[in-house]
Design a protein around this ligand. Structure first.
Ligand SMILES: NC(=O)c1ccc[n+]([C@@H]2O[C@H](COP(=O)([O-])OP(=O)(O)OC[C@H]3O[C@@H](n4cnc5c(N)ncnc54)[C@H](O)[C@@H]3O)[C@@H](O)[C@H]2O)c1
Length: 412
């Protein structure tokens, strides 16, 4: 059982981050590239390596803290190159569980674009053959394999490096994320049991809501199976960061590439706490702006649920955010030493056992939990942090209790 405690890195300040700008993918000679970029505001602190990539970056569209750059670049592809000749630049395998769904499909497409994967495994209880056939026609290097139904789950998971779980029911208007608990708790428990049995060393990305409970559920399942590694279990909160960056850039008329807002706490209502005082580049907000932006970021999911009027919750922006987190994980697995993301992980930052904050990713998962962003909070942020703890604690305990009760019932 690999359960070494995750390091808390307290000496790193926000301004010293030096996430590498891109992957050095050699975009000029490759038929395809996808990378996540660092905002220029962070590059100011990151030395020559980052500065060298500014030209490449300025040609690209950016969407967030480490924004997605997707270049299909067919003009740079040798004319006679066939799909079979395309080689991935790394050979990681990624599985998407719930791949036929509203998030699963666009997420699988975005992951298929990564040059770092050699195989994409799609699993769902619904037939996922058509999604796989469709995606397999994209002339990007990875092979796509489909796995439909419980009896194909084990095969889907064998040998994968990253497992992404968007399986489950989404919200409808009037529902909270916690209202999804009863259905999604069972789904996540079943899927993580299979991950424990078939891919115990994989990074696990939990998207299924309520993340504040499903991550503790996954941890308990992995503990019961004797394979829990807290460094490799992640609640995907990237969408909160993506939304915060977008809304702040709009409000303050900033370039999106420049904006980076850490979001801490959890992933539901008031447990989502954007640290606007830690926004890069440095920007000042009035008290009204802080309140308005914080509430909008916390309720952004509901904004989408209501706009979709019963047809589900955020799927496209979620797929984008989850793809960014997958790409960051793959970069870390590939040896990139400058990968930082916010995520809901086992943590010692507060008295709560799980907490979302910025973490440094490495080959073995979470290399460090960044504590410096919790220092020097404004009064508004400090109060909001204290206020979220009770709800987050209850959601975490609900998840833990769910698994323990199931285990007790099974033992009787
Ligand atoms: N973390 C976040 O920021 C975030 C954001 C948006 C949505 N979500 C959550 O993501 C989940 C999925 O949302 P969606 O819009 O894609 O829903 P969806 O209903 O469109 O898709 C869910 C998919 O999961 C599949 N599924 C159900 N049970 C399964 C099982 N046991 N094994 C494998 N697949 C299974 C379904 O067949 C379906 O294809 C929901 O729980 C939603 O609340 C999370």
């Amino acid at each position: 059982m690999a359960s070494a405690a995750v390091t808390t890195l307290s000496t790193v300040s926000v301004s010293s981050y030096s996430p590498k700008a891109g992957l050095g993918l050699g975009a000029k000679s490759k038929p395809f590239s996808l990378s996540f970029k660092t905002p220029k505001s962070l590059k100011a602190f990151s030395g020559l390596k980052a500065a060298a990539s500014v030209d490449l970056e300025s040609e690209t569209s950016f969407f967030g803290t480490t924004a997605l750059k997707a270049s299909f670049a067919p003009k740079l592809q040798p004319r006679n190159m066939s799909t079979n000749q395309l080689q991935p630049q790394a050979s990681f395998k990624v599985a998407v569980l719930g791949a036929a769904g509203g998030i699963g499909q666009p997420l699988s497409l975005l992951i298929k674009m990564s040059p770092l994967i050699s195989a994409l495994h799609l699993y769902d209880i619904a037939d996922v053959k058509g999604v796989a056939a469709d995606l397999s026609h994209c002339n990007t290097p990875s092979h796509v394999l489909d796995f439909t139904g419980q009896d194909q789950l084990a095969n889907c998971l064998k040998g994968v490096d990253v497992v992404v779980i968007p399986a489950g029911v989404p919200r409808k208007p009037g529902m909270t994320r916690d209202d999804l608990f009863n259905v999604n708790a069972n789904i996540v428990k079943t899927l993580v049991e299979a991950v424990a049995d078939n891919a115990p060393d994989a990074f696990i990305h939990i998207i299924s809501n309520p993340v504040n409970s499903t991550v503790p559920i996954a941890a308990e399942v992995l503990k019961q199976k004797g394979v829990y590694d807290p460094k490799k279990l992640f609640g995907v909160t990237t969408l909160d960061v993506v939304r915060a960056n977008t809304f702040v850039a709009q409000k303050k008329n900033l370039k999106l590439i420049d904006v980076d807002v850490p979001v801490i706490g959890g992933h539901a209502g008031i447990t989502i706490l954007p640290l606007l005082s830690k926004t890069r580049p440095l920007v000042t907000f009035t008290d009204e702006e802080v309140k308005e932006l914080t509430v909008r970021i916390q309720n952004a999911g509901t904004e989408v649920v209501e706009a979709k009027a019963g047809a589900g919750s955020a799927t496209l922006s979620m797929a984008y955010a989850a793809a960014r987190f997958v790409e960051s994980s793959l970069r870390a697995l590939d040896g990139d030493g400058d990968v930082y993301e916010c995520s809901f992980v086992q943590s010692e930052l507060t008295e709560l056992p799980f907490f979302a904050s910025r973490v440094k990713l490495g080959k073995k998962g979470v290399e460090a939990v960044i504590s410096s962003e919790l220092q020097g909070l404004t009064e508004y942020e400090s109060k909001a942090l204290e206020a979220l703890k009770a709800e987050l604690k209850a959601s975490i305990e609900k998840g833990v209790t769910f698994v323990k009760k199931k285990a007790a019932a099974a033992a009787n």
